[in-house]
Design a protein around this ligand. Structure first.
Ligand code: PEP
Length: 260
């Protein structure tokens, strides 16, 4: 049986924002999202201190909100860490885990990322699990091995029912913040590989949303989102510009994908 898979577009603000500027952006995105077709879901992952602001300004809108990381621990003596339950206190929907910047700058292993995904799920958050290869790994033909191992570590820590509730984002490290996006063919090839890997975990996992991230812009979004296994995007730089982010969401509306 075939069915339409809806699209999901999530902004990753990274370490950007201040209260005053955020208000205009959040309100503008919430307003603009009202015009999007029902088949497009939108979210923004803000820095932790702004979760309350996102809750206040996005509550009741079409736009969900989330965090950019979550602790692998439930609670306790972990100074500076933020527990999944704390994020849920602000009615957040998402937590990004395993972003390449955290893997690179905070030495997060795939096993730690798996624990974070499990913590998020247990608390009721949807983890957006990021995987992606470096340029050197791509050039030496290791893309499938690298992203496969990153995904497998998370799937190994989850039951089939839990795994069915994650979102996966393929973000080639060489495309993040560089202005150099993967071509739609390159992205689709990896997404198809990841889809097969998810399906091997169980039928319920096969339709997990697979987002592409890495220099998505209004100019390249429609072509990326037209690909069979690209269910939306994780958007960094362009999510800080209301017009660009909404244009990317609109492009997603045109590319609802067909699932087998
Ligand atoms: C990201 O950091 O998740 C990202 C996709 O960044 P950008 O869109 O700026 O490449």
């Amino acid at each position: 049986m075939t069915k339409l898979r809806s699209k999901l577009v999530v902004g990753n603000w990274k370490m950007h924002g201040r209260l005053a500027a955020n208000a205009a952006l959040l309100q503008g995105v919430a307003r603009g999202a009202q015009a999007l077709p029902a088949g497009v879901q939108v979210g923004v992952c803000v820095p932790f201190p702004y979760l309350a602001q996102a809750q206040a300004l996005l509550g009741g809108s079409r736009v969900a909100w989330g965090a950019q990381d979550v602790s692998a621990h439930e609670q306790g003596a972990y100074t500076g860490e933020i527990a999944a339950g704390m994020i849920v206190d602000f009615e957040a929907a998402y937590a990004i885990v395993g972003h390449s910047e955290r893997r690179a700058y905070h030495a997060e292993s795939s096993e730690v990322v798996a624990q974070k995904a499990l913590r998020a799920l247990t608390a009721g958050l949807t983890p957006i699990v990021c995987v992606g290869e470096t340029l050197a790994q791509r050039e030496s033909g290791e893309t499938a091995r690298v992203v496969g191992a990153q995904l497998d570590a998370v799937l190994a820590a989850l039951s089939e029912q839990e795994a069915a509730r994650i979102v996966v984002a393929y973000e080639p490290v060489w495309a993040i913040g560089t202005g150099k996006s993967a071509t739609s063919e390159q992205a689709q090839e990896v997404h198809a590989f990841l889809r097969a890997r998810l399906a091997a975990k169980g039928a319920a996992v096969a339709n997990v949303p697979l987002l592409y991230g890495g220099s998505v812009k209004p100019e390249n979004a429609a072509e990326l989102f037209r690909q069979e296994d690209i269910d939306g995007g994780l958007i960094g730089g362009a999510s800080l510009k209301e017009g660009d982010f909404l244009a990317i969401c609109t492009a997603a509306a045109a590319g609802e994908s067909v699932a087998g």
